[in-house]
Design a binder for this molecule. Structure first.
Ligand SMILES: C[S@@+](CC[C@H](N)C(=O)[O-])C[C@H]1O[C@@H](n2cnc3c(N)ncnc32)[C@H](O)[C@@H]1O
Length: 205
């Protein structure tokens, strides 16, 4: 019998160069959904529910770092209908596109997110600006892609919260007057290991 605690690579939540990040997710794409579902991945539905309480639904949302589309599926369950997705790992992105729930998907790079500032009134990043995925430096350029009053809904899991660079990047956006935190709540992330995450909604000022 599979020990669920062995399903994810133990070294997932560590910093690594972007080429290695892409390789990790490329190798994981075929099994990602089954594995995270078996572990009880709660953050996508928590984030979607929080967003539904703070945002009008008939707007276009960008699912940044959409992976296989688990976040998009959670947004659909919460009532959001117009969702685009982008990711730097083609193998993950192909799974998202195959779900048939995204209006549009495209491959991005860390240097070119592939969309213009102000295109989306809402951007979500579920488990993306996170140890083992995108570095803390990704936050500021993503906030900068919003027009005033735009929302960025993101999550920091417990290992990411312990790595102060991510919290520092968030506080830098707040202290510089770029954004304010309108929602923040700690809750379950992965049930089997009792890991939590903060779901955070930022409003661009
Ligand atoms: C833990 S997965 C989360 C996927 C999905 N959001 C979910 O909740 O299942 C992290 C994803 O972030 C993507 N990623 C990492 N760095 C990125 C970046 N700079 N821009 C866009 N996507 C990135 C990875 O390719 C991977 O698909």
């Amino acid at each position: 019998m599979t020990n669920k605690k062995d399903v994810l690579q133990p070294s997932l939540w560590t910093p690594r160069p972007v080429e290695e990040t892409i390789a990790v997710y490329a190798n994981w794409a075929d099994n990602y959904d089954a594995e995270v579902s078996a572990r009880g991945y709660q953050t996508p539905d928590r984030l979607a529910a929080a967003l539904a309480a703070h945002a009008a639904k008939p707007v276009a949302i960008l699912d940044f770092g959409c992976g296989t589309g688990i976040g998009g599926a959670a947004l659909r369950r919460a009532g959001f209908e117009t969702i685009d997705g982008t990711d730097i790992t083609p193998e993950m992105l192909a799974k998202a596109a195959a779900r048939g729930i995204y209006r549009r998907t495209w491959h991005s790079t860390p240097d070119d997110m592939g969309f213009q500032t102000g295109t989306y009134p809402i951007i979500v990043a579920v488990g993306v600006i996170s140890l083992g995925a995108a570095p803390a430096e990704t936050l500021a350029p993503l906030v900068a892609k919003l027009n005033s009053d735009g929302l960025l809904a993101l999550s920091f899991n417990d290992p990411t919260l312990k790595d102060h660079s991510y919290e520092d990047a968030l506080q830098a956006e707040v202290s510089s007057g770029n954004a304010e935190v309108i929602f923040r709540e700690h809750g379950p992330h992965l049930d089997d290991v009792g890991m939590g995450s903060d779901v955070i909604i930022l409003r661009r000022l």
